[in-house]
Design a protein. Structure first.
Length: 255
């Protein structure tokens, strides 16, 4: 029977961590790597039975790889603090543990709760994510944003879903966009990637149309419209920030 180490990275996640940890009871240990929270996250996670390790923030992928390194077992079950495994996913992990693993990594569908509605379109579902993997054959990649597990070997899909509790308000979504577009713009600069005027003009409306019409976001109601609108805003802000960073770099201005 393979043993599993569940890992969660946190920073001020007191409102979410209990839900995430409770969904990870199928694991043989739970490791929480905390980036200096000030809201009691560490204390709450410890009370819930997790082994807590404090580590300064190193970026999403690096922080998650550090969490894998702290685990006692090679099989890692990685969850974000604002996620939980549903009952079917917990059951499938229990079933998986009863036999020898047939793959190097396993993925689950992920379903998001956005402004009080479960999103089933808009390009947000099924949003498969590899979250159970052998750390000897997989690791997190992604220097800035959109980190993902890269697996050296076969990947299979397990029944069940990861439930992702996203934004409670449009303001929270806008704040997240500002945070992530800062990172995305820096990534573009480091890659030497430039967005010309035509791309900056056409990309946002295309992203909106793709999410709302082609990916059937209109079936997600008002939330689907906001998802498409915010996706277009993300692209617009990313390109604007990247252009500003490039201009400052050309002038020798450091950030």
């Amino acid at each position: 029977m393979p043993q599993i180490s569940a890992t969660v990275i946190t920073h001020n996640e007191a409102k979410n961590i209990e839900r995430a940890i409770h969904s990870l009871r199928a694991a043989d240990e739970i490791v929480v790597v905390d980036a200096n929270s000030t809201d009691g996250t560490r204390e709450l996670a410890s009370e819930l039975g997790a082994r807590v390790v404090v580590h300064p923030w190193a970026g999403f992928a690096a922080q998650k790889n550090f969490a894998s390194d702290q685990a006692r077992h090679d099989w890692i079950l990685s969850l974000d603090a604002d996620e939980e495994l549903n009952a079917d996913a917990r059951h499938s992990i229990g079933e998986w543990k009863s036999s020898a693993p047939a793959a190097a990594g396993y993925r689950f569908a992920r379903r998001a709760l956005y402004l009080g509605r479960w999103i089933l379109h808009s390009g947000w579902y099924p949003d498969y994510k590899v979250r159970l993997f052998n750390r000897r054959r997989a690791q997190w990649k992604g220097a800035y944003v959109h980190e993902s597990v890269v697996v050296d070997g076969p990947v299979e899909t397990l029944p069940g879903e990861i439930l992702h509790y996203t934004c409670d308000s449009p303001d929270e979504h806008r704040q997240r966009i500002e945070f992530y577009t800062d990172l995305a713009a820096r990534e573009m600069l480091d890659r030497g990637e430039r967005a010309g005027l035509l791309r900056r003009f056409l990309a946002p409306p295309w992203v909106f149309a793709n999410a709302f019409f082609l990916r059937l976001g209109l079936l997600d109601g008002h939330q689907g419209f906001l998802i498409a609108w915010m996706a277009a805003r993300y692209v617009r802000r990313k390109y604007a920030k990247a252009a500003r960073l490039r201009r400052d770099a050309d002038l020798g201005v450091e950030h």
